[in-house]
Design a protein around this ligand. Structure first.
Ligand code: OGA
Ligand code: MN
Length: 213
């Protein structure tokens, strides 16, 4: 019975359909205004507040020797988000995200059962060298999701571009994506190598992964 009602209830969502079509044809999708100006502002304030409260940690740090190595790979500071303790703006974030996940699971049988998200702040001069998101032996990461929380008048000169390295039958090309506020980038975690170019202005985002079990 449930299945029948599910089918009747199903409403096609053009935005989600575009994301799916993009992922199938090019393994990534860039969506403008996934989050509204207002939502970006709320999430940005949430990030700034938590950063001021000193809750952020340097990404993945072990001992001091490792710290030097890691800094030469990535210079962002991060704070993992806890959906069970979400504030109002984070609830907005997770509501939208969960809608997308439900849609993907329903239409693409992706089997996304877990997710993990963190705030990220790149201080001036930092970057994240070319990498793939499954390098930490976590092959459950299926889709990477990045949403930019930069100020409204973010300029290309501010740097911090996301560069995707695409492979067309052995021919490599770069897709450069500016971190404009409200913009979301989704890509196949296990396939697409990418990097964050050096930033000339503090760069803010939420990054996460949709995972299979
Ligand atoms: C990452 C990453 C991309 C971006 O955190 O793994 O690649 O544009 N982020 O912030
Ligand atoms: Mn990455």
């Amino acid at each position: 019975m449930d299945a029948i009602f599910d089918t009747i209830d199903f409403v096609e969502n053009p935005l989600y359909e575009k994301i799916i079509a993009d992922l199938l044809s090019q393994q990534y999708s860039v969506v403008e205004n996934f989050f509204s100006t207002k939502e970006v502002e709320l999430l940005r304030q949430s990030l700034i507040k938590k950063h001021e409260d000193d809750a952020f940690k340097k990404a993945a740090i072990g001992n001091r020797f490792e710290e030097t190595i890691i800094k030469s790979i990535r210079g962002d500071v991060i704070l993992w988000m806890d959906e069970t303790k979400a504030n109002a703006s984070e609830q907005l974030f997770f509501n939208k995200l969960n809608n997308l996940v439900n849609y993907l699971n329903r239409t693409c049988f992706l089997g996304i059962l877990q997710k993990e998200f963190h705030y990220a702040l790149y201080p001036i001069g930092t970057y994240y060298k070319r990498h793939i998101d499954t390098f930490q032996n976590d092959d459950r990461r299926k889709l990477s999701f990045v949403c930019y929380l930069n100020e409204a008048d973010w300029q290309p000169e501010n740097g911090g571009e996301l560069a995707l390295y695409l492979n067309d039958n052995g021919q490599e090309s770069e897709k450069i994506i500016y971190p404009f506020p409200g913009r979301v980038v989704i890509f196949e975690s296990q396939i697409i190598e990418h990097e964050v170019r050096p930033v000339n202005k503090e760069r803010m985002s939420i990054t996460g992964w949709l995972k299979t079990r």
